[in-house]
Design a protein around this ligand. Sequence first.
Ligand SMILES: [Fe+2]
Length: 185
Amino acid sequence: MFAIDQFVADCRAALAADRSHKLVREVVAEAVSDSPSLLKGLGEPHGSGIHKLYHAADLTILNVIWAPHMTIMPHNHQMWAVIGIYTGREDNIFWRRIPGGRGGRVEAAGAKALSARDAEPLGGNIIHSVTNPIPRLTGAIHVYGGDFFGAERSEWDPESLEEGRYDVAKTIRMFEEANALCRVA
Ligand SMILES: [Fe+2]
């Protein structure tokens, strides 16, 4: 069965051997290749939320549960990431800054549909937004090569697409609100 402590130790060892996402991606790919084991180890998701599995200055590991049809605005991380899906789907839109754009505006540059057993690396400069396109919860392991909660970074207003300061508390609140909504539904 998937064990969080062992997974953290494997990610730490991978990071010690290579500071890039390369070896960590292999650890995540291995974990999500056996989603029944992961579901048993982490518990069947019951509501949306960002659950911290590990947090250090050079590595953050989250269990992210997306509410049905939930979307989060474009944001960057300023560190590499690996997203491993173990149940459901994530649609990622990738964005790029418009050269000389007013207010740091972005435009869509690409997209990637992620499904269970996918382990997708994201470069440190990536700007993405994420949608759960299905009517049930999506569960994903997100591993970041840095301090996800402390790093200074940006988010983009979903309507104006203008740049602002990333607010991690707001993101956590969005997951809580989405959770309340799906309880009512
Ligand atoms: Fe992200």
